[in-house]
Design a binder for this molecule. Structure first.
Ligand code: B16
Ligand code: MG
Length: 218
């Protein structure tokens, strides 16, 4: 598997998902959705939150609403409210919130001259990178702000590969969400899944934790 991923050193670009790979903001998403759900008398718990991994803001709200319908202006207002709660939590983010193994990997890839990009569903990508202080590592930043179709559509990764000036076959995508791995794999990227097999087992290489990433390149 590792041979397939790294054969002939032909990986020229690494595309990283943000939430769940570079940093773990799932708790903040949970607390912000929970506050909104409580205000709106909607049932929401950590189990439902797990389904929102890698899913866009709108698709997340649709899952929480469970078929309940609202006028578009109310939907927009609820998404904005959730995001304002979420951004309050994001203000607490710092380099201490970068997941284990990420900094050694980014430094090694930079040293080797391998291009790197972010491919995230989050419209808060730039804000998060700024708080983490690692924006300068990336030659491209593709996010939910730039593409119409959210994951599992591969658009955000294809946009990232385009920013790197590389064909998809030369890039590996690192993802923690089933939707992200499926989207990237279906588009011809090589994939590394972070997390349990029942979530990212379909990736070309699955690792339990970001900590294991640093052993791939040294
Ligand atoms: P926002 P990723 C995703 O980020 C999160 O995993 C997902 O839970 C969230 O709903 C989505 O971003 C949209 O985030 O509300 O900040 O635009 O994993 O693709 O980096
Ligand atoms: Mg993610």
């Amino acid at each position: 598997m590792i041979d397939y991923l790294f054969a002939n050193n032909e990986i020229k670009g690494w595309i990283f998902d943000l939430d769940g790979v570079i940093t773990d903001t799932a708790r903040y998403h949970y607390l912000a959705w929970k506050k909104l759900a409580d205000e709106e008398n909607l049932i929401f718990d950590e189990k439902i939150n797990e389904k929102l991994r890698g899913i866009s803001r709108r698709a997340s709200l649709e899952i929480i609403l469970r078929g309940k319908t609202f006028p578009e202006d109310k939907i927009e207002q609820m998404m904005a409210r959730k995001n304002s709660y979420y951004c309050e939590f994001l203000n607490e983010l710092s380099e201490e919130n970068i997941l284990p193994g990420i900094m050694p990997l980014l430094n090694n890839l930079k040293f080797l001259g391998i291009k790197m990009a972010i491919g995230s569903a989050s419209r808060n990508t730039e804000f998060i990178l700024e708080h983490l202080g690692i924006g300068h590592y990336f030659d491209g930043v593709a996010s939910g702000s730039f593409v119409v179709r959210a994951k599992p559509a591969p658009d955000v990764f294809i946009h990232a590969a385009g920013q790197l000036g590389l064909p998809v076959a030369d890039c590996v995508v690192v993802e923690d969400a089933e939707a992200g791995v499926n989207g990237a794999k279906g588009a011809g990227f090589r994939t590394i899944g972070i997390g349990p097999a029942d979530r990212v087992g379909q990736a070309d290489l699955r690792l339990d934790s970001t900590e294991n990433l640093k052993d791939l390149i040294s």
